[in-house]
Write a protein that binds this ligand. Sequence first.
Ligand SMILES: CC/C=C\C/C=C\C/C=C\CCC/C=C/C(=O)SCCNC(=O)CCNC(=O)[C@H](O)C(C)(C)COP(=O)(O)OP(=O)(O)OC[C@H]1O[C@@H](n2cnc3c(N)ncnc32)[C@H](O)[C@@H]1OP(=O)(O)O
Length: 282
Amino acid sequence: MMRSKLMNLVPRAVATTSRQMSTATKLTTVQVDDKTGIATLTMNRPPVNGLNLELLRDIHQSIEEIEGNKSRGLILTSSNPTIFSAGLDIFEMYKPDKERIRAFWTALQDVWLALYGSSVPTAAAINGHSPAGGCLLATSCEYRVMLPKYTIGLNETKLGIVAPKWFMSTFESVLPRRLAERALNQGRMFTTEEALAVGLVDEVANSKEEAIAKCAQFIGTFAKVNPLARALTKQQLRAEELKQLEDERVQDLEKFIFFVNQPAVQKGLGIYLESLKKKATK
Ligand SMILES: CC/C=C\C/C=C\C/C=C\CCC/C=C/C(=O)SCCNC(=O)CCNC(=O)[C@H](O)C(C)(C)COP(=O)(O)OP(=O)(O)OC[C@H]1O[C@@H](n2cnc3c(N)ncnc32)[C@H](O)[C@@H]1OP(=O)(O)O
């Protein structure tokens, strides 16, 4: 897979406008800035960018498109003004349909393999809350810029569920081990300011536009670096985690199906969904 991605590393021609590359997908858009050659992938599934099967498939398709169109980098962001992504759509896991939940988890694996293993430089413009699966997407990128007064983290234990190993190793690739372990066990959500202090995000910006500009600046730092050497370096650094999931995809899926169907887990998810609804009616 990486071999074919590496074939795409010939720099693209530089023009002066911005083009919408993909409108075929409904829940994501890809906009390539023809001046910088950087693609912005925007998630657009109201109300909270809950990662359901369709959104995950569209994100995957958009990443593949960006890999294929010789973009110089990928910036992941959201069209929602206050939420980057609320993480996995809990309705996919609560009283799940037998076939659909398999497709759902497989699509999540696809997205992570494509994003974490992307051959192009990646950055997240985190323009809102980013719990759980939202945090997974952000930490799969190489750089993070976040807006003030939001939260980010892996809060799974608070929901009575367990973040899979690859969620944890992604988190741990950003945070020091001791801090990552404590935060995972606590299900801790970090405010923007706390996330900056511990290095969970790299910079804070005051608007989405500024966040995207800072992400573009980060991607620009590779302008004078040989793209093949950069991609191979990234690939080697991330190879172990990628290989682990590639090798254990089926077992990972079965473990998820077994775990999520446990009565205690279903009960916990039901209670959590109720608490979200109650919050909305307060
Ligand atoms: C031994 C075991 C070994 C291995 C384990 C194997 C397998 C592991 C098994 C499972 C692992 C799963 C990993 C899970 C990852 C996840 O991502 S779980 C999802 C976690 N997400 C959250 O907890 C976020 C919850 N949402 C919020 O905190 C807030 O909604 C928000 C901060 C994102 C936004 O707040 P507001 O702007 O105030 O919006 P509302 O809260 O009013 O929400 C609007 C609307 O959206 C619904 N909603 C919110 N989040 C979700 C969601 N994640 N899924 C589905 N629906 C969601 C919310 O209920 C509101 O709905 P309505 O009331 O308008 O109908």
